[in-house]
Design a protein around this ligand. Structure first.
Ligand code: NAP
Length: 249
């Protein structure tokens, strides 16, 4: 399926968790895939090989810390050099941290903001000139149900995830006339490395809080993202799609 005519997608934080499931969902549809990673080089390269071998699509693994506009711009240049165009951006890279509000340090706050919110800004700003030239494109930003409702002991995380919702809505209004859709997915609890700090009892409690009595899989989130990027969602922009098993309704 390799070829110039295939659509191209950049997925940030694609080395693990939800991002890697998103990469597989797009590979199954024949997209050319850009796997962005920061620290997990081996995992990203192994995923690139699996995707190439299993789905016969073009794959590029690119290291960039999304918090750095210079590194993000270099990534975009590399992608344009290799693939010529960018059709879809999935802003998935993110970190979490659980702390009492009064224990959050200046560094904790700044890091949360830099990676989870400035990262989205950096990536959108970097790819949009290409999408505007093409008069076509779709962006999906990954927020969280905590960005919708707020979480105790995750005030900084909740604040930046709420910021992503505001950025999504405003950007959708600005670039809609240029043929570009911008949407947001707000996942509930999804079993990835991000949940490693939670004990079994807490996980069980979280499961019971969801009306479907189950926690999410990376694939549940990837399927929602793939839908929002597809032609089936061509009349949807500026929206937040909650994918949380009914934990927040
Ligand atoms: P994860 O398994 O911890 O993976 C996080 C990913 O983000 C990794 O691929 C990591 O890449 C990447 N990343 C972190 N900092 C980065 C940086 N500075 N630059 C580039 N990449 C960076 O987390 P996940 O659960 O898949 O979460 C993915 C997204 O979903 C996040 O935005 C998260 O907030 C959101 N979310 C998750 C849940 C959940 O319950 N899991 C719920 C709601 C929302 P490297 O390892 O290569 O550094």
């Amino acid at each position: 399926m390799n070829g110039e005519n295939m659509k191209k997608v950049i997925i940030t934080g694609a080395s693990r968790g939800i991002g890697s499931a998103v990469a597989i969902a797009f590979a199954k549809q024949g997209y050319s895939i850009v796997l962005n990673y920061n620290n997990s080089k081996e995992k990203a390269l192994a995923l690139a090989k699996t995707i190439r071998d299993s789905y016969n699509v073009d794959v590029l693994a690119v290291k960039a810390d999304v918090a750095s506009s210079a590194q993000v711009n270099e990534m975009t240049e590399k992608v344009l050099e290799q693939f010529g165009s960018i059709d879809i951006l999935v802003n998935n890279a993110g970190i979490a941290q659980q702390k009492l509000f009064t224990d959050i340090t200046d560094d904790d706050w700044r890091r949360m903001l830099d990676i989870n919110l400035t990262g989205v800004f950096n990536c959108c700003r970097s790819v949009l000139p290409c999408m505007i030239r093409n008069h076509s494109g779709a962006i999906v930003n990954i927020s969280s149900m905590w960005g919708q409702t707020g979480a105790s002991c995750e005030v900084h995380y909740s604040a930046v995830k709420a910021g992503i919702i505001g950025l999504t809505k405003a950007l959708a209004k600005e670039v809609g006339p240029s043929g570009i859709r911008v949407n947001c997915v707000a996942p509930g609890v999804v079993m990835t490395d991000m949940m490693n700090g939670f004990d079994d009892e807490t996980i069980q409690q979280l499961k019971e809080e969801a009306v479907l009595n189950t926690l999410g899989t990376p694939k549940n989130i990837a399927d929602a993202i793939a839908f929002l990027c597809s032609d089936k969602a061509s009349f949807i922009t500026g929206q937040v799609l909650s994918v949380n098993g009914g934990m927040v309704i």
